[in-house]
Write a protein that binds this ligand. Sequence first.
Ligand SMILES: [Cu+2]
Length: 359
Amino acid sequence: MRLSLLVTLSLIPCLAAAQQPPMPPQPPPLHVQVDTAHHRVLITGGPYRVPVSPEMPGMMMDMAATPVQKFAFPVDGWLQGFRIDLFDAHGHALSHRLLHHLIVVNFSRRQFIYPALERLLGVAEESDTGDLRVPRTIGVPMRAGQGLGVYAMWHNDSGPEIPAAYWRLILYMANPSLRPRPIDVLPAYLDVNIQTNPVENRFNVPPGHFEIAYEFSPPLSGHLLVVTGHLHDCGTLVKLVDAASGKTLVQVNAKRDSLGHVLSIPRKLLAIRGEGLHLKAGHRYRLVGVFDNPTRDTSYGAMAEMVGLFAPDHYREWPALDPADLYYHRDLVALLANGATDSVIVGVGAGVPTPERRR
Ligand SMILES: [Cu+2]
């Protein structure tokens, strides 16, 4: 799988659905640096002690996780890409597979459809390494002082224990002198089974053909520029339908094997800039997940989502966070409880080494 804002964003609800044991000790603080010469922001976390993960297939809650670590975004501008490097106390590169996931949440902005907190970006264990960049004509608008947070989960299944591991997130910002300025784009996330609680979106798939749908109205108009999907096994496709006309607007088909395992889900480019699939504020749309379960058994804990980048017609109309909203509150509580395991993550001192090599 490629390192992808879109693909990795889609993992977030799976993680949110994982069980939440008590909080571990606070990890060491993040280091935030601004590299003005290269229009980059560097966020470094560590040192973390990463023990060998216990052998428990499918049990995410038993891996070493960190709670949400907050920081203030340091500059104004447009985010146009990122990469993540892992390294040890000597600056030697560590395998990306050690990081099960790392998610950046924006405490200053809500999501497109849901009143939950924006998930700005993420990577997962199966992600490719290297740079992810969007075209220079678009970018995610960021402001100095925006409250962000990072949470990560380590997964060391090959051993030995790593006494001091660091991750470094490099955020690529648009050159401030770029004209015209980038078009504002924001992550868009749609789920077929979110009703009132952001952490309860899973459902069961009986044998045979199965469809599940969720209707919504966007709070503001704009264009979807690119989409992909997230489907658990037995998933066939996810599609966005105009609820009034019944017309399918965009559909993403999973590549499956004969047993219904989802092998991959392509990315669909709807536009390079500006145009794309227009969504109208207040209009009814339906997200449909289609499943085909070839076995005789119910498949439990399924998910179906569409994720993408959305360019609002007028970013100033982006709805504000509503602290009184119950859905927002549930998301926040789940986030702040995130990252807990037993006390396996321990800060081992100050000082941040420099990665020895970069691609
Ligand atoms: Cu999932």
